[in-house]
Design a protein. Structure first.
Length: 93
């Protein structure tokens, strides 16, 4: 859940005030994202939060509507029939 991910980010960096300082926003703004915002964190704060938590809270966890889960290369190559050279092997999906 988005709010739980943001709550976890706050815990990792030392609280709401600490994360707010890192992001350059007021603590009350961060609290609004936790409790009242429909979508949680605005998109332009997602990457700084991910960086502040050293990746412990991912962009996908914060905003799955903007950042879908990553697909590993093997799965992508198989799905799109991409050979080791990076060229498509031809044929429809």
């Amino acid at each position: 859940m988005v709010n739980e991910s943001l709550r976890r980010a706050c815990e990792i960096v030392g609280g709401q005030t600490a994360l707010a300082d890192i992001l350059g926003v007021r603590q009350s703004t961060l609290n609004y994202w936790l409790t009242g915002a429909k979508r949680g964190v605005p998109g332009h704060y997602v990457l700084p939060i991910e960086a502040a938590t050293y990746g412990a809270v991912s962009r996908h966890q914060l905003r799955p509507d903007i950042y879908p889960e990553r697909i590993n290369r093997r799965t992508a190559r198989k799905a799109y029939r991409i050979g080791p050279s990076g060229a498509r092997d031809g044929g429809a999906l």
